[in-house]
Design a protein around this ligand. Structure first.
Ligand code: NAI
Length: 345
């Protein structure tokens, strides 16, 4: 029996993993607490831990897990910016779910965009109050506008197709442009200057942290709509707020926020929010915040459970090779393992 400790477990995680008929060789220990240095000890006696985006998996936590006998860190998400993969090398194997439903995230970005530009969030509240006035709800057509996509991987490309469906012109920036993709790649600065809508779909790395900062906003069109369904720290939220106050940024739709770890995913209604910046952003009429829910579809949850279970199992079976291992051997984290066809260590 493979024992797996789940951290930061929510109802929907429990439901999707428990209902998975293929997990009969595993025992799940569902913990509501997040993984931190203080809670790592709870994994003692388990073979694997299963973690999510806001669990802390830094060097100290990895050392604790290692001393508790944990052999696998299984991320039930794609992004791994919260894991010190370099430190885990030689100690604990790290696996992730590279794609569970890129459609879920791209469609959520589209939902946010339409809600924002057609003021649906405002209309919904008005009609519930029998207020049928449409004053102040003027939107704009997406047709003919330019969408600038940062990151043309799985999610970015689906979002590009959606934008094209609306008759938008699409330009993109990617540090590794895809060849023969039919995508018009431009420099980051050109994207900032030409886009009516900017949507972020790249990972959070030291290079991309605060890529949307005061400098970048300065280069953008007046009235630009900024969408972030990727990772909060891609945007310097202080600079975004200033851009909104200066009427430079026309709207912002945020599914992620740099300081979300202690706020998102919990019911904090009835409490005073200690994050002034987030409170200010939410108070703006042209800002929509969702609580990191872009991934949350039935299809995605099912795929996450299926792939995570398969990832953990393959680490313990035969040669221990798992296609979704994040290998740090050469620093080329995602590609290295696939090219070498062997375990990271
Ligand atoms: P992907 O790996 O398929 O695509 C990422 C793209 O970003 C690649 O084309 C890559 O070349 C590009 N990129 C890498 N470094 C870059 C840089 N410095 N500048 C510009 N582009 C760069 O990833 P996928 O599946 O499309 O996911 C994108 C991001 O979406 C993930 O990193 C994750 O942070 C976020 N995400 C958010 C979710 C949510 O619920 N809000 C759920 C799933 C993913």
């Amino acid at each position: 029996m493979i024992k797996v400790a789940f951290f930061d477990t929510k109802e929907y995680d429990k439901a999707s993993f428990e209902s998975h008929e293929k997990a009969t060789d595993m025992e799940f220990k569902f913990l509501e607490t997040k993984l931190t240095e203080d809670t790592a000890e709870l994994a003692r006696g388990c073979d694997a831990v299963c973690v999510f985006v806001n669990d802390t998996v830094n060097s100290a936590v990895i050392d604790k897990l290692y001393s508790c006998g944990v052999k696998i860190i299984a991320l039930r998400c794609a992004g791994y910016n919260n894991v010190d993969v370099e430190h885990a090398f030689g100690k604990i194997h790290v696996v992730h779910v590279p794609a569970y439903s890129p459609y879920a995230v791209a469609e959520h970005a589209a939902a946010l965009l339409l809600t924002s530009v057609r003021r649906i969030h405002k209309a919904y509240n008005r009609t519930r109050d029998f207020n049928f006035s449409i004053n102040g709800l003027t939107g704009f057509d997406l047709h003919g506008k330019t969408a600038g996509i940062v990151g043309t991987g799985k999610i970015g490309r689906i979002f590009i197709d959606i934008c094209r469906g609306f008759g938008m012109n699409v330009i993109a920036y990617d540090a590794y442009p895809a060849k023969d993709s039919g995508i018009e790649y431009v420099s980051k600065d050109e994207l900032f200057a030409r886009s009516d809508i900017i949507s972020l779909h790249c990972p959070l790395t030291p290079d991309t942290r605060h890529m949307i900062n005061a400098d970048a906003i300065e280069k953008m069109k007046k009235g630009v709509v900024i969408l972030n369904t990727s990772r909060g720290a891609l945007i310097d939220a202080e600079a975004l707020l200033e851009g909104i106050k200066a009427r430079k940024v026309g709207a912002a739709c945020l599914d992620v926020y740099e300081e979300e770890a202690d706020i998102f995913f919990e019911d904090r209604s009835g409490h005073i929010l200690n994050d002034e910046l987030l409170s200010r952003l939410i108070s703006m009429p042209n800002v929509i915040v969702t609580s990191h829910q872009a991934f949350l579809t039935a299809e995605a949850l099912n795929n996450i459970a299926e792939t995570t279970i398969a990832n953990i199992r393959s680490c313990f079976e035969n040669d221990g090779i798992c296609d979704n291992e994040l290998c740090y051997r050469c620093g080329n984290i995602e590609r290295c393992r696939k090219e070498r066809k062997e375990r990271c260590f």
